[in-house]
Design a binder for this molecule. Sequence first.
Ligand SMILES: Nc1nc2c(c(=O)[nH]1)N[C@@H](CNc1ccc(C(=O)N[C@@H](CCC(=O)N[C@@H](CCC(=O)N[C@@H](CCC(=O)O)C(=O)O)C(=O)O)C(=O)O)cc1)CN2
Ligand code: MET
Ligand SMILES: [Zn+2]
Length: 758
Amino acid sequence: MNSLTSSNLGYPRIGEKREWKKTLEAFWKGKITEASFEKVMKSYRLQYLNNQIERNLDYIPVGDFSLYDHVLDTAVMFGLVPDRFQYQGGKVPLSTYFAMARGTDNAHACEMTKWFDTNYHYIVPELKGLTPKLVENKPLQAFLEAKTELNVIGKPVILGPFTFLKLSKGFDQSEFADRLNQLASVYIQLLQELKEAGATFVQIDEPSLVTDISEEEMSLFTSVYHFITDQVPDLDIIVQTYFEAVTHYDAVVNLPVKGIGLDFVAGFETNFAAITKHGFPKDKILAAGIIDGRNIWKSNLEEKLTFIKELSTFVDVERLLIQPSSSLLHVPVSLTHETTLDRTLKNALAFSHEKLEEINMLKKAITVPSAEHLRAIQAHTQSFTELTNSNWRKKVERNPLATERAATFNERHKLQKKKWKLPLLPTTTIGSFPQTSEIRQARARWRRNELSNEAYDALIKAEIKKWIEIQEKIGLDVFVHGEFERNDMVEFFGEKLAGFAFSKNGWVQSYGSRCVKPPIIFGNVLFVEPMTVNETLYAQSLTEKPVKGMLTGPVTILNWSFVRDDIPKKEVAFQIAEALLKEVKLLESAGITMIQVDEPALREGLPLKKTQHNEYLTWAVEAFRMSTSQIDHSTQIHTHMCYCDFNDIIDSIRALDADVISIETSRSHAELISAFEHRQYDKGIGLGVYDIHSPRIPKEEEMVTIIQRALTVLPPSLFWVNPDCGLKTRTEQETVAALSNMVQSAKKARTMVAITNS
Ligand SMILES: Nc1nc2c(c(=O)[nH]1)N[C@@H](CNc1ccc(C(=O)N[C@@H](CCC(=O)N[C@@H](CCC(=O)N[C@@H](CCC(=O)O)C(=O)O)C(=O)O)C(=O)O)cc1)CN2
Ligand code: MET
Ligand SMILES: [Zn+2]
């Protein structure tokens, strides 16, 4: 066999040491000028290309780099800027670009939501009243830059028109076809310009093809691609899918384009069954995603080699591209800086660079099947199986746990009402208060043993005390301790539990400049020691107001970790749930009887295909209930979710049987209200009344309006007033100002409710 081609779909933006993040934040703070910002960002872009060139890839993506988010990039290059940003036409200024992402005093930010089933968030394009026009050809600029500076013919990566429109809002579904055609014309211009500049091969991402799209939508898709390719012949387009198997295999592989990209990791079974059954068109390229772009385990390259050989019975190797299953945006950059991981574990890991090296190894083993290359493949596989065979993964027995509370919600509600005597529309926050750079730096010093346990604890306590006082002053009804001791709501719990490991530098972009370092679940999860009791009790000792205990739920810990893949996810979730129940009981017996168990990632883990929803939701709800059922009737369980598309999972939210749920709504308020219009929610509920992702201070009247609108569909007796999410990313000044306004708005709303009720 010969001439197998290797490719990549997208490279992480944040940089090996999060330099991209740091540069962005420095620019926002006004510490560097726009010119030097652009210059530094360009140097990163080129460095990232070089990192891929070094790893011998045949097709290197260009245009995947972004200054914030690639969906926002797409909207902006088409001039799709909502009116409130007062865009004047032409190339969208950088200030407007960031205003859309982050909001300004005068204009609220665009909505942000989850990118498919990942923890990456994109900016939702708002198309109301707007027509697309190519105001800046970003992929072309990226292509020319790579060509001029590095002499590389890159593979431009473009978010496709269908997926772009699917992810957008601000239009009626009846306009979908017309809007798609409008967009197609702009894509044609974009592609033509690329072709004229010498691009030969273009990747158009259409991940929406793996969601449950109808036959009708699929034929619309096909006709749009006919339209585009008729206008831009001689340009080799790959329609790229990822995150699952395509829904209409036959139609997809017969699209009038040069190649089709399929995910043979997440969508392995279905995609492979389809290719086996229907074959693959003889004249097309198959871009096969065979290295997992979503998890951090090494690949079993012996199996991958066998798989490539199997694929080659359907597609000539000359027309086969091997690549990661998705963009590498979702995994950390490189293992180079991991100097403290256990050797067996480290040997079982592959981050982006190592994944690209795996692709290179496979390519060599296929094109030059020498003994040396095959030995390398064998050694690679062996170092991986050392972990899978290790004692860490011995089976443990779980205890059977109750999944039902002994009293109904109504019974509990009465008891809890009596216990706390909260005012109508009680005010609270979601858990975290500002994580200042001072705290983060102290934590970093403490970790390097430059700061003693005592000094670090004292600092955390001082911060808790300060914020208890602030909460008193603002007049909130239910307090939190502020989560200052936590680096991240998932990593923190991982560090306290058994079965987790931590990279030093395994960062992944979550939104904008914000990154997470997902812990690695390599073995069985077990409770080791109390995790939150000390800080919570300390906070409670300082106030008469109730302090909510604050835990991260089992499904969220699972979904925001890199999870072991030798047992079903459900088993891991149940192990975490059992450990969390121990913590819940410890808090309860210590007298903390309002306990929030956050599940912001419950919705994110929802499978992309409806047929798999039920199975997931059943075990996800069960895991949450395992950790929150074996408790007293009067213990009040809160939960919290953000960026929720609630319509499709509202029954499961109800089934969690939490006494109070707080959810994000402020960037998508109207949609959420309408969700509740049709489906009564009959447990405690707090709808976020302001957007915490934006530095903008919400006005009292705005929040009063939001509360009033919410009260048209939800009963005042069950309604809570809170921000959208935790406040760790905000400054003290922003937080105090916003919460003060929020408390005032709740007071005003209370009097209005009293008037209407009298
Ligand atoms: N896992 C997870 N996913 C989530 C969320 C979340 O909270 N966690 N929230 C939603 C939104 N996503 C978010 C993701 C990240 C952050 C966030 O604040 N990230 C921080 C990093 C948090 C962290 O782990 N910090 C560590 C390490 C911080 C660090 O870099 N320390 C420096 C010094 C820091 C400084 O000078 O400021 C050092 O070690 O040198 C710590 O506090 O210990 C950031 O990017 O800035 C917020 C929201 C959805 N998904
Ligand atoms: C992403 S949900 C965050 C919940 C957490 N309790 C916090 O306030 O930060
Ligand atoms: Zn949240």
